[in-house]
Design a protein around this ligand. Structure first.
Ligand SMILES: N[C@@H](CCC(=O)N[C@@H](CS)C(=O)NCC(=O)O)C(=O)O
Ligand SMILES: *[C@@H]1O[C@H](CO)[C@@H](O)[C@H](O)[C@H]1NC(C)=O
Length: 231
């Protein structure tokens, strides 16, 4: 067994990878981080996730787990002694948290990517509109599930917070490449306040420090260039 029994395969720009890092920090779990080059994937990655060949992968005592939300739930179950549950205890609240994390999975990445990759004009404007609509839906969800607390998890940071917060690293890229102001246009005061609060959470701050927004902007321009070249 390696000195560290917890290893994370990820890459700095991945919102999915960041979820895993946030969850490990929340639980205070020590881990070894392996930065992957997605253009040149390591043997360890290809062997650990032979089905999807994607990051993130968690390797715990030699056993591999893939898919970010499944990994976060595993972390919550494998380190349960903590006073910091990521998922709520109540079965109904757990289901609702999973519903919204799933919503984030189905919507955020897709609409965000469209702002970056779609050609200027109608398509990109539609992507921006769709993005704002997703935020407004999440603003409503936050009011419903937070029970008056600052987080989707209520007084404590929880599953939906962990699922969503890494996307904030990409907001500057969406704004710059979409040429719009997300918070002005969405008028989502609750979600905006949530963003400020959650980014100030010590575990989140540490985890997200590997993904500086200006570096993401540069990367997003590169993705757009590649797409324009392909069209
Ligand atoms: N549903 C997956 C998505 C993971 C994913 O899309 N990973 C990307 C990086 S952000 C990746 O590894 N891409 C490499 C490839 O597709 O070859 C999860 O939640 O973990
Ligand atoms: C790919 O990665 C391996 C190590 O994992 C390295 O030895 C090799 O130089 C890399 N190739 C390229 C083209 O970056």
């Amino acid at each position: 067994m390696p000195t560290h029994s917890v290893q994370v395969l990820s890459t700095w720009l991945s919102m999915f990878g960041l979820r895993v890092v946030v969850a490990l920090k929340l639980k205070g779990v020590e881990y070894e981080y392996h930065e992957e080059d997605l253009q040149n994937k390591s043997k360890l990655l290809l062997e650990s996730n032979p089905i999807h060949k994607k990051i993130p992968v968690l390797i715990h005592n030699g056993k591999t787990i893939s898919e970010s939300l499944i990994i976060v739930q595993y972390i919550d179950e494998a380190w349960p002694s903590s006073d910091k549950p990521i998922l709520p205890i109540d079965p109904y609240k757990r289901a609702i948290a999973r519903f919204w994390a799933d919503y984030v999975d189905k919507k955020m990445y897709e609409v965000g990517s469209r702002i970056i990759t779609s050609p200027a004009g109608e398509e990109r404007e539609q992507a921006k509109k769709d993005f704002i609509e997703v935020l407004q839906t999440l603003d409503g969800a936050l009011r419903e599930v937070s029970d008056g607390g600052p987080y989707f998890g209520g007084q404590q940071i929880g599953f939906v917070d962990v699922a969503l917060v890494p996307f904030l690293c990409w907001f500057e890229a969406y704004e710059t490449l979409g040429e719009f102001k997300i918070w002005d246009e969405s008028k989502c005061p609750h979600l905006h306040k949530w963003a400020d609060t959650v980014l100030d959470h010590p575990s989140v701050k540490e985890a997200l420090s590997i993904t500086p927004p200006p570096k993401v902007v540069e990367y997003a321009y590169l993705i757009r260039k590649i797409h324009q070249g392909a069209n």
